[in-house]
Design a protein around this ligand. Structure first.
Ligand SMILES: [Zn+2]
Length: 211
């Protein structure tokens, strides 16, 4: 499944676009196929799904680029917009959520992990509405840590469907492992990153629920 999705994504993007995303350090899991969706719709969906770049959008007026940010700006003409999104996304809670109904664990980044749970349930992420917050930790470079954790947990990856505006999207940040495996991965990568950069403000930890 994962490999097929990756192959499909590569086919949808030109080699130039793939190189651009690589240079900007945007993983395929943060890229959204916005084909057929008006801006307001893909904008909302992307924000909800914590995605960074859309493809399948109308070409930009300046150079005909077809990669846009969730706000609808041309990503290639406005690399500072990407830097801005990444910065926002870097100052946050890295969290582990669990749905018993979907039998899935999700790892993500949010400015407020608790509020994020309300959203996951309201919008039936993974077609479930029993998402609970298992663990969250405020970290510097949250986006980078999340990226590393997703590669650590790749053998447990289990994409789940999400339907919005009549379009089915596969969320790629869900796993079929126990929440304790995910929490360990979070702490391992977070400790590593915090130790590497002592100049950053002290992290704030909170364990929401005993495992
Ligand atoms: Zn452009």
């Amino acid at each position: 499944m994962k490999l097929l999705q990756m192959t499909k994504l590569m086919a949808a993007l030109s080699p130039e676009q793939t190189a651009f995303l690589k240079k900007q350090e945007i993983p395929p899991s943060k890229v959204f196929d916005a084909s057929g969706l008006p801006r307001a719709d893909y904008s909302q969906t992307m924000r909800e799904l914590e995605l960074i770049i859309a493809f399948g959008v109308t070409p930009c007026g300046k150079a005909g680029h077809t990669l846009r940010t969730s706000a609808g700006h041309c990503a290639q003409c406005n690399t500072q917009a990407i830097a801005f999104i990444k910065r926002t996304y870097d100052e946050g809670d890295i969290y582990v959520a669990r749905s018993d109904r979907a039998k899935l664990v999700k790892v993500g980044v949010a400015s407020d992990a608790k509020k994020r749970m309300d959203w996951l349930n309201e919008y039936r992420y993974g077609e479930a509405e029993d998402w609970i917050l298992v663990y969250s930790r405020r970290v510097p470079k949250a986006g980078r840590i999340e990226f590393l954790i997703h590669s650590d947990l790749v053998q447990h990856a289990k994409p789940c469907p999400y339907t919005k505006f009549g379009k089915q999207v596969w969320c790629k940040e869900t796993y079929s492992c126990s929440s304790s495996v995910a929490v360990r991965a979070v702490n391992r990568r977070a400790d590593e990153t915090v130790t590497k950069d002592q100049s950053l403000p002290k992290e704030r930890n909170r364990r929401v629920k005993r495992l």
